[in-house]
Structure formats: C-alpha cells, structure tokens
Design a protein. Structure first.
Length: 138
C-alpha cells in the first residue's frame, strides 16, 4: 500500500467517533511516526476562546493509540490507552494543530509514545506521553 492508501484506511476508522466530531484527520505516516491534524475553532474552544486542553489530549491519545495499532499490525490484538500525561505550553486560537506520535518503547505488551503537538508554524503547543497496553482480542 502506498502512503495515500494507508492514510485513507487510517481515516476510515474515524467515522462515528470522537475523532470525526473533532475533525481529526491523519495526514502523514512514516517508518516510525504517525501525524494527525485537528482544526482549532469554536468546536474545540474552552471558555476563554482558545484550544481546550481536553481536545489536545484527545488528539494526542488518538494519534498515539492509532500508532500502536498501525505498527503492531496484529488483528488479534487490541490497543488501549492506560496513561496519558500532557503539558500545555502555548495557547492556540485558530488554524490547525498537528500531533505526531513517535515511539519511546514498543514492547510486546506495552508501548510508550511521545506526542508533540505543534501549530502550522512548528510552535510547540503541547508535549504528551501516552502508555498503551496491548491485549489479546476477546
């Protein structure tokens, strides 16, 4: 599969989910990373009219969880996030944010991802750490 086909497949998992509600779209995939973007508009604002930290966390968990599943390539396993920590460093009022997940550790039963959330100008908005557990499908 080429990159365009891979991204089309990854985005097909968003239908009828929080990812569709937040308009999260997978935009890049490489040998050791996955990137998704999310628009920043009133749908993801907190009361002060800036990007809500919870929306940023949803982007981070989405891209990190999908990265585990994508690189695992085992249809007999399921990925579940078990710990997410996030530091918000800069606010964002409009445009897009991009979350890129890169592996810190990919073991047999746990994966640890670093997710950097940046804007269109590569300003670091948030930095996140996501731990996923890899379980057998029931």
């Amino acid at each position: 599969m080429n990159k365009e086909e891979i991204l089309k497949r990854l985005n097909s998992y968003n239908t009828n989910t929080l990812m569709e509600t937040l308009e999260i779209e997978f935009v890049d995939v490489g040998e050791d990373y996955v990137t998704a973007r999310m628009p920043v508009n009133s749908r993801v604002y907190q009361p002060y009219g800036i990007l809500h930290g919870g929306a940023t966390a949803a982007l981070a968990e989405t891209v990190g969880s999908l990265a585990s599943a994508y690189f695992l390539k085992d249809k007999n396993k399921v990925v579940k996030g078990i710990d997410l920590s996030i530091n918000h460093l800069k606010s964002k009022k409009e445009g897009f944010v991009f979350g890129t997940a890169k592996p810190v550790h990919r073991g047999r039963t746990t994966h640890l991802w670093e997710i950097k959330v940046v804007d269109e100008d590569e300003n670091l908005i948030s930095i996140c750490k996501l731990t996923n557990i890899i379980l057998d499908k029931k």
